[in-house]
Design a protein around this ligand. Structure first.
Ligand SMILES: [Zn+2]
Length: 353
């Protein structure tokens, strides 16, 4: 019983390889954040160690231990794993020491199960030394050991590592699939299920987290308000905001990328509303604001700004100067005639006392 929802292609590929005994000794699961990579990896670890014929059954002692992260032969390596020490918390990449420990453990036979399974979460964060060290293990596979590398971006991994793994792509689910799953499996009411499904962009894991933790929706609302404020504000404040984001970027890249994604979804919604396809939008709870805002822009302005957000994201990924990239992005926010003028006058009056 595979627990991952959707992902039928990936599941049937793994199921087939289990049935024929032809599974790889290393897999690379590629897909966006929260799409189900870890769930599928845990399921595969269960299937490899399951004690019944219906692998993974989800109910035998082995399957249950793995689900509770208490199985001695299934280990997860990544930034958020490996203790609460200050050193562990301050890591920005998966270190060579973590991979050496893993290799030592891989050299010992399974302790209680049939296979040792090592899941490397965020494999794109392997340091160069760590990736090279891991490569040696992948090149000389030992029996009864399976590696599962999870990544949101395969392009950030060395080609030598990728070529040693069987690639398994996980694609976002259809919005209706997420909606149905939230409703049926988690008992979320239809209206909320629809909102979460759309905001999740097909990544069920995010939708479930947001259903269980109100703070995620709250946070999204605050961040969206912040971004919308930048449309209405003057250059000084936009630059201050760019500087603030650039500082965050140096500490936690993901936070800035999340904002760009939020921004992108918002402007895509504006494009859809402008083009008369409002039924497809992501931010369904803000339709009135979208309708109001879209009046101030032309289709070309919206398209150009969407492109600016995409360019900024790509430049940040390529390690361009974050402050510069974000300042340019802030300057590229298209001018709303009327609204911003009125706002600028009000603001000038406040400033002049
Ligand atoms: Zn089982």
């Amino acid at each position: 019983m595979w627990q991952v929802i959707g992902q039928t292609r990936a599941v049937s590929l793994l199921q087939r390889s289990l049935e024929t005994g032809s599974f790889a000794h290393a897999y690379l699961f590629i897909g966006p954040a929260h799409v189900g990579k870890m769930t599928l990896a845990i399921n595969l670890a269960q299937a490899l160690n399951c004690e019944t014929a219906e692998r993974p059954c989800g109910e035998c002692a082995s399957c249950q231990k793995i689900a509770l992260a208490k199985h001695a032969d299934v280990q997860i390596v990544g930034l958020g794993y490996g203790g609460d020490s200050a050193e562990a918390n301050s890591r920005v990449e998966i270190s060579i020491d973590q991979i050496r420990q893993l290799q030592h453990s891989a050299s010992l036979p399974p302790f209680e199960g049939k296979y040792k399974v090592f899941i490397i979460d965020g494999a794109e964060l392997l340091s160069i030394e760590a990736a090279n060290c891991l490569l040696k293990t992948l090149e000389e596979p030992v029996g009864k050991v399976v590696f599962i590398l999870l990544t949101t971006n395969g392009r950030l991994l060395p080609e030598t590592v990728i070529s040693r793994c069987q690639r398994v792509e996980l694609l976002p689910l259809a919005v209706t699939e997420v909606e149905t799953a939230l409703n049926r499996s988690w008992g979320i009411k239809p209206q909320k299920a629809e909102l979460l499904a759309r905001l999740s962009h097909g990544c069920l894991g995010w939708a479930v987290s947001a259903a269980l933790d109100e703070r995620l929706l709250q946070q999204r609302a605050e961040r969206l308000d912040e971004l919308l404020e930048m449309v209405r504000t003057d250059c000084d404040e936009r630059f201050a905001y760019a500087a603030q984001l650039a500082t965050q970027f140096s500490q936690k890249r993901g936070l800035v990328q999340e904002r760009l994604d939020l921004w992108l979804a918002w402007w895509r919604d504006l494009l859809l509303v402008k083009a008369g396809s409002g039924g497809e939008i992501t931010n369904v709870d803000r339709l009135a604001t979208l309708i109001d805002m879209v009046k101030g822009y032309s289709l070309a302005q919206i398209r150009t700004f969407i492109n600016s957000v995409l360019v900024a994201g790509e430049e940040l990924r390529q390690n361009a100067n974050p402050r510069l990239v974000l300042e340019v992005l802030m300057l590229n926010i298209p001018v709303v005639e009327g609204y911003s003028e009125e706002h600028a006058i009000a603001r000038a009056e406040v400033k002049n006392g």
